[in-house]
Design a protein around this ligand. Structure first.
Ligand code: NAD
Length: 297
């Protein structure tokens, strides 16, 4: 029987504990932790994500500021904004919501001060992560780690497949799965394969059929089908796509996994929505609080 993992309830528990911890922190006369989010352009998904992050931040007692810039913002202005946030004492963490318009250098997030880099995307923080050093870890990685810890299966020497190799999501998740459990960032000691857009589907199928844990982050609906999945394996779906439901003709959010098919085969499965997503937000706020405590001990 497949266990469908309730990401929302795991997230709610983390958020309740975090709320208590933030309250204790402010009771000691510290100011509330702060998170500043920058959105550039009108991407509707970005707006929804940031709105959700802000709402959840308020629940735990984290103060937020959202800077909305038009698509037309110059790179110079954006750079200046980041520099000001870096040097503003009251700003604990800075989040640059992706994607950015094409005229902005995608590496601009490198300018965020590593100590305020709440997503852990800067080379300084990601480099430390790759070298098994204590650092700020990307929120999706922490979300996947939390889910695997909840399932509590030892993946040492087992086969992990990661679909997607983006520098912000797929690659850091692969870093987590292959790395040592004894590290500062507790890894999973798994034999780890990374597939990407150039992986032929027959190869993807073979790797998937052989995988004890699959983590997929591609944004390709129904990439992982029932026949590809090893019986009893763990399937974690990070993907988010908006599609039109062929039956109701309404907008619908789906992941990379064909949920109905895979539910018949997998041992553990995360739904979309309600799986990795809420945990990612909870981890963002946990990172914000960790940063705030460091800056304001
Ligand atoms: P991206 O577009 O940067 O990367 C997609 C990756 O998928 C690429 O590495 C590409 O090579 C790979 N890919 C594409 N087609 C493939 C195929 N047929 N087979 C195997 N691999 C294929 O996207 P991203 O920023 O890495 O995000 C990935 C997905 O995760 C998106 O759907 C995004 O919305 C979602 N996401 C979810 C959360 C969350 O909290 N749940 C957070 C971040 C991103």
């Amino acid at each position: 029987k497949t266990t469908v993992i309730d990401g929302k309830s795991i997230a709610n528990k983390i958020l309740k504990d975090l709320k208590v911890a933030v309250q204790e922190h402010t009771d000691k006369k510290h100011r509330a932790p702060t998170l500043t989010a920058i959105i550039v352009g009108d991407d509707p998904s970005s707006k929804i994500y940031v709105k959700n992050k802000v709402k959840t931040a308020h629940f735990v007692g984290i103060k937020t500021e959202v800077l909305n810039f038009p698509d037309s913002i110059s790179e110079t202005k954006l750079i200046k904004t980041i520099q000001v946030l870096n040097s503003t004492k009251e700003v604990d963490s800075v989040l640059l919501q992706l994607p950015l318009p094409s005229h902005i250098n995608p590496n601009i997030y490198e300018l965020i001060s590593p100590e305020k880099d709440v997503d852990g995307f800067t080379s300084a923080n990601f480099g430390k992560f790759c070298l098994d050093k204590e650092t700020i870890i990307p929120c999706t990685v922490l979300a996947v780690q939390k889910i695997l810890q909840e399932i509590n299966i030892d993946f040492t020497g087992k086969n992990a497949l990661i679909c997607g190799r983006s520098k912000h999501v797929g690659l850091p998740i692969a870093m987590l799965l292959h790395s040592n459990f004894k590290n500062a960032v507790k890894g999973f000691n798994a034999n780890t394969i990374i597939c990407h857009r150039f992986t032929p589907v027959d190869q993807l199928t073979k790797f998937c059929q052989n995988a004890d844990v699959v983590i997929t982050a591609t944004g390709v609906p129904s990439l992982i089908r029932g026949y590809m999945v090893k019986k009893g394996s763990v399937i974690i779906d990070v993907g988010i796509s908006r599609i039109i439901d062929p039956q109701s003709l309404k907008n619908k959010i789906v992941g990379d996994v064909n949920f109905e098919e895979v539910k018949e085969v997998a041992g553990f499965l995360t739904p979309v929505p309600g799986g990795v997503g809420p945990l990612t937000v909870a981890m963002l706020l946990q990172n914000t609080f960790t940063i705030a405590r460091k800056r304001n001990p």
